[in-house]
Design a protein around this ligand. Structure first.
Ligand code: G6P
Length: 593
């Protein structure tokens, strides 16, 4: 949440790197963007714009910048509205700061600084860090010490970088709770501090991730170098890792959006997940399993519960991380705790995992980014093989998550990957008239997604996807539960997407569909070709339309259904003219509580 990039270079074109990195970081937030830099006279300058990075790019291109040092930020608003005043960087007496995270004691610090005579121009928690650093400089400290002192006074989570106009050869960064990486360009002419590897792809091949409480000091002398200090102010060596994010990962490869590209990769992702799965975990030794996650990853956990209990006969709990971490959960011995996260940075999932570790339990992370905080802190890591996911709404990562869990619990030998791949491809290549269906759905006032058994978690994922992308309220419901309240909402403006492959639950979901039709609700029934003969009662009913998937083994239906509901949400949002890659108010990597 919030993207950070900063650069110190011998070349005077750092604004180009800042802007290109910010475009790649937009998935972390796109409420506003900004850069601050020192110009050729070492004067601090700042450019900020509300909205997407493209607006900032336009403003920067007009400014003819010559600068060897600068910082940049793309914002997901927490404290203060989406305005230019609240956009980062924030400045004070020649100091400029960008920040990701939340400073919890900012009000107390702000009062203290106001009493010292500082005037605040924003409503953000971040501005105190700039003023605090400036105040320490004023009291006689050098830039590095002033920054270190300021960081020591902060309570909360943060990744912060700072520059100061009287120290044009120094770039500073601090990390606590939010991720931060530092890297040097292959030609050794530039160094960067950023919030992730994606920002640094094309800029640095090797990265060092900061650990909790670290401060990094990047300096330019005869050469560019950096020194990392730990919480006790000792110089420390942190491991260097290869930056595996490539330019191809960051391109749309001819698709009109990242999301469409990523949905079209779902079959490849399934195959890759299967082929590269080499983990040998004896799940039978655990008495139970607890899965903890947020968002789409949580729904992968809900689906896993159905599969694990059915096939491995191990009881499973699935919990929303933000609830688990604060509800005084009773932890169970001999339980396998699995944390699922695409980004590996979701703060609630990370903190829930830390809680479990603090209680002496072993933790397993199912993550897509192996350099992420969750991956680095977990006892065991299963890397999902979705590849880089850029679209803010998660799609292909879900496929990699559910397949990894299925393999973990039933074994590769019991999975027919050809059938899964075929099932997904049959949706991608079916030639369904999504544009027409989506146009119909776009007229809906609200949506229900219903299903039973393993179709229920997919209904949850379907409802999440459509609300994320189309800004219309949608609920995922177990088909049998609709009559216990929600059915009161049904009328001719409400669409229900009923997920009913021809499995053991088919007849029951069809009965629930009848109940909806009886109340003038509109239904899109997603079923399978072998159900055709059982659907005679819907003939001539204009309120229901059926989409037929290929017949398959029951346990593979979730794969085809997933791809279908992803495409459905995609095309519905497109027909409304919305930005599917960057839905409003969202961010992909949620590093605040
Ligand atoms: C955000 C994203 C969702 C994602 C959720 C959990 O809300 O918009 O798409 O499912 O975070 O993210 P994670 O990276 O932990 O899977």
């Amino acid at each position: 949440m919030c993207g950070i990039i900063s650069a110190l270079s011998y070349e005077n074109n750092v604004s180009d790197s800042l802007i290109s990195a910010l475009s790649r970081l937009e998935y972390r937030g796109y409420d506003s963007a900004g850069i601050a830099y020192l110009d050729e006279n070492s004067q601090l300058q700042r450019i900020r714009t509300v909205g997407k990075v493209q607006y900032l790019r336009n403003a920067v291109e007009k400014s003819n910048i010559n600068s060897c040092i600068g910082i940049g930020h793309t914002r997901w608003a927490t404290h203060g509205k989406v305005t230019e005043f609240n956009a980062h960087p924030h400045v004070a007496d020649g100091v400029a700061i960008v920040h990701n995270g939340i400073i919890e004691n900012y009000q107390e610090l702000r009062q203290k600084l106001v009493s010292e005579g500082y005037k605040f121009e924003s409503e953000t928690d971040t501005e105190v860090v700039a003023k605090l650093t400036a105040s320490h400089i004023k009291s006689g400290k050098n830039f590095v010490d002033a920054f270190k002192h300021s960081i020591g006074e902060l309570i909360g989570t943060f990744a912060i970088v700072a520059i100061y106009e009287k120290s044009p050869d120094t770039l500073l960064g601090a990390k606590k709770g939010s991720p931060m990486a530092v890297g040097i360009s292959p030609d050794k002419k530039s160094a960067y501090i950023a919030s992730d590897a994606v920002a640094l792809s094309t800029l640095a091949d090797e990265l060092t991730y900061l650990e909790e409480g670290d401060i990094v000091v990047v300096t330019k002398g005869e050469q560019i170098s950096y020194t990392i200090f730990d919480m006790q102010n000792n110089i420390v060596n942190r491991q260097k890792v290869l930056n595996k994010v490539s330019l191809t990962d960051m391109s749309k490869s001819g698709y009109e959006t990242f999301m469409l590209k990523e949905i079209y990769e779902e079959a490849i992702v399934a195959r890759r997940t299967y082929d590269s799965y080499k983990y040998d975990i004896d799940v039978s030794k655990f008495d139970n399993v607890s899965i903890i996650a947020c968002g789409t990853s949580f729904y992968a956990g809900v689906l896993a519960k159905y599969w694990i209990e059915k096939y491995a006969k191990i009881p499973v709990d699935v919990e929303i991380a933000s609830e688990f971490r604060y509800r005084n959960a009773v932890l169970r011995k001999n339980s396998l705790y699995i944390f699922i996260s695409q980004s590996g940075e979701t703060i609630d999932t990370l903190c829930a995992m830390r809680l479990v570790k603090e209680n002496g339990m072993k933790t397993m992370a199912l993550v897509n980014v192996d350099s992420s905080s969750i991956a680095r802190e977990a006892d065991y890591v299963i890397k999902t093989e979705a590849g880089v996911e850029i679209g803010v709404a998660s799609t292909k990562a879900f496929i990699a998550q559910i397949l990894s869990i299925l393999i973990m619990f039933i074994g590769k030998e019991n999975i027919n990957i050809d059938a899964i791949e075929k099932a997904i491809n049959s949706v991608l290549n079916a030639g369904f008239d999504f544009a027409r269906i989506a146009k119909k759905l776009a007229g809906g006032r609200s949506f229900f997604y219903i299903g039973r058994g393993t179709s229920y978690p997919i209904a949850l994922e379907g409802a999440l996807k459509i609300k994320e992308l189309t800004y219309v309220s949608a609920e995922g419901y177990p088909s049998g539960e609709l009559k216990h309240g929600p059915i009161a909402i049904i009328d001719e403006d409400v669409f229900t997407i009923a997920l009913a492959p021809f499995d053991q639950y088919f007849e029951k979901t069809i009965s629930n569909t009848q109940e909806i039709l009886a109340r003038d609700g509109k239904v899109l029934l997603i079923t399978t070709e072998d159900a055709t003969a059982s659907l005679g009662m819907f003939k001539n009913n204009a309120n229901i339309e059926c989409v037929f998937l290929k017949q398959n083994e029951d346990k593979y239906y979730p794969f085809a259904l997933t791809t279908l509901i992803h495409l459905l949400a995609y095309y519905t949002a497109k027909s409304k003219g919305y930005d599917v890659d960057k839905p409003r108010n969202l961010a992909k990597s949620v590093t605040v509580e």
